[in-house]
Design a binder for this molecule. Structure first.
Ligand code: TEU
Ligand code: CA
Length: 557
């Protein structure tokens, strides 16, 4: 590779359009809303916007159930608005990356309507159908959104597979005509000038054709089918084919969302020699505060595990593949409420988390509102929640006799609506002039864009600076990574090294005062130059550095 790929030096900002900015008062964010905030994003300095799905959809899963891949969701605007967004973003040096959701469609997609109509339909094999076995589903798999992964169709006495909701039937990638349709659709969008794709659960598209029963883990009702659909038998064949037929003809960013992909697998997916994807979203660091089989089984985070996990990914992909770096997205709770401290150290811990992540090797992703330090939300009433995963889980657990209060604790900690409350633009909201589709968080008077923009020392400007540093220092993009103090329970300390330069990153994940002994670090006899910090100048007393609650700083040597 002669030229460094542009996406290695880029920072991506994720927009969940429904909750970003409403331009017409119907309570739903839209494309004109996004356009109206491009200056804000230019000021932040991001290079790329990843737009969560904006395609026509009945919104069973907020656009992750697509009815028409080549039409814009009416609530969000028109194709003209979308083209305007690409153009206006381009004027500001920002590329638009779209969500590519091709593991499944909506059950209202024309292909599925045809497919279900008869066993002889030309579209029958676009989806995964199996005959009923003595009135039982074809296997014991559970859906990620609760219940069985199979839905029965009486008309043809057969079942279709849906790893997500009933309204999200899985596509059959074994069927070549389907694959060609997908490639054609991708080409359509790339020819409009988009900057790439974020590929939804792309490592689920190849299923073991035998569809064997999964193990039923303790306290689970259904079998775990994941060994038979995650990183399945033909996944690399399909990704290479997609690359050959579509992606390699464009200079674009591709990121595969890949639950259950190990660093070893990610090496294969992201090794440029294999021509699959540029990078993947790992789930490993996001699963550390859950029990082994269920995200709702909330566990405290062990910082040592987090450090060892990130270290593993840094080393596995260094000079072979490429990492993506994220703390947040539309499926995850807010990081400041999760690994930070949103009570007493909200600002300082939000900055610490930003510094700690952005100094790693990889392409960082910022999720809307992260730059404000937006927090999790607590609605007392289940009827205020909108997310299908949350609502289905609540219903199922109530039926199993679990108390409302106990389920709510899991939802407060892990529910996806934590990330989906509207963007907090002003003291009184500023997201819509109407009634928002989901309640705002109640803390908008204290946490909003207006206020962070006015305060030079805000979280927003920490992100702005981190983005700028990435443009100026090769060490961030190219340097090696070394974890120091791996067993320290509260401090996350690592060093980056590139050519003659060395950077030391120190982050305190606790509200305790900690000490860092210089002797663990070969400091070349000086104190280094502060590159970025979330407190005023770090405090050094002889060989001991005092690290205050949630403090983080970067020193260059
Ligand atoms: O998410 C994939 C996925 O596995 C998530 O369901 C994740 O495990 C879950 O949210 C954690 O609780 C992608 C999208 O990001 C998500 O929004 C969609 O709902 C899902 O695929 C189906 O398209
Ligand atoms: Ca609107």
């Amino acid at each position: 590779q002669l030229r460094e790929s542009w996406w290695k030096r880029s920072v991506v900002y994720q927009i969940y359009p429904r909750s970003f900015m409403d331009s017409n008062g119907d309570g739903i964010g839209d494309l004109q809303g996004v356009i109206s905030k491009l200056n804000y994003l230019e000021k932040l300095g991001v290079d790329v916007i990843w737009l969560s799905p904006v395609y026509d959809s009945p919104n069973d899963d907020n656009g992750y159930d697509i009815r028409d891949y080549q039409a814009i969701m009416q609530e969000f605007g028109t194709m003209k608005d979308f083209e305007q967004l690409i153009d206006e973003a381009k004027l500001r040096g920002i590329r638009i990356v779209m969500d590519l959701v091709v593991n499944h469609t909506s059950n209202e997609h024309a292909w599925f309507v045809e497919s279900r109509s008869s066993k002889n339909s030309k579209y029958r094999d676009y989806y995964i159908w199996r005959d009923s076995k003595d009135e039982h589903p074809p296997n014991n798999w559970g859906s990620i959104f609760s219940g069985s992964a199979w839905e029965k169709e009486d008309a043809t006495n057969s079942y279709y597979l849906h790893l997500f909701s009933k309204k999200q039937p899985d596509l059959n990638w074994e069927h070549e005509p389907l694959r060609n349709e997908i490639y054609k659709m991708m080409t359509y969008w790339l020819d409009k000038g988009i900057g790439g794709f974020r590929m939804d659960v792309i490592n689920f598209i190849s299923k073991d054709e035998k569809l064997p029963n999964g193990v039923v883990h303790s306290e689970q009702q259904y079998g775990d089918g994941s060994p038979y659909f995650m990183n399945g038998p033909k996944i690399h064949t399909y990704l290479q084919e997609m690359n050959e037929k579509v992606l390699r003809h464009y200079d674009v960013l591709t990121v595969g969302e890949m639950p259950g992909a190990s660093p070893e697998e990610a090496r294969i997916y992201t090794n440029s020699a294999n021509q699959e994807v540029n990078m993947v979203f790992t789930f490993e660091h996001m699963d550390l505060d859950s029990g082994p089989h269920e995200k709702w089984d909330v566990q405290p985070l062990d910082l040592v595990e987090l450090k060892l996990n990130l270290e593993k990914w840094q080393h596995a992909l260094h000079q072979i593949g490429w990492n993506s770096l994220y703390w947040n997205n539309h499926d995850q709770p807010r990081i400041v409420s999760r690994f930070g401290n949103d009570k007493d150290y909200r600002e300082v811990s939000a900055k610490m988390l930003a510094i700690c992540l952005h100094m790693l090797q990889g392409t960082p992703y910022i999720y809307q509102g992260e730059e404000l330090g937006m927090t999790n939300v607590r609605f007392e009433n289940i009827s205020d929640y909108r997310d299908i995963e949350t609502l289905n889980m609540y219903k199922e657990k109530r039926q199993q006799g679990i108390a409302h209060e106990s389920i709510m604790e899991s939802i407060y900690a892990k529910g996806r609506d934590n990330a989906r409350t509207p963007m907090q633009w002003t003291v009184d909201g500023g997201f819509t002039t109407g009634t928002p589709w989901i309640e705002m968080n109640t803390n908008t008077a204290k946490i909003n864009a207006e206020q962070v923009l006015a305060d030079e020392s805000s979280i927003f400007y920490t992100y702005q600076k981190l983005i700028k540093l990435r443009k100026e220092h090769d060490i961030i993009t190219n340097g090696s990574f070394q974890l120091l103090l791996p067993n320290h329970p509260n401090l996350f300390v690592y060093k980056r090294q590139f050519e003659e330069e060395e950077w030391l990153i120190v982050a305190n994940f606790s509200k305790e005062m900690e000490q860092f002994d210089w002797n663990v670090y070969d400091r070349r006899n000086d104190n280094g130059k502060v590159i970025i910090a979330n407190y005023e100048t770090p405090e050094i007393e002889g060989d001991i550095m005092i690290v205050r609650p949630y403090e983080a700083f970067v020193l260059a040597f």
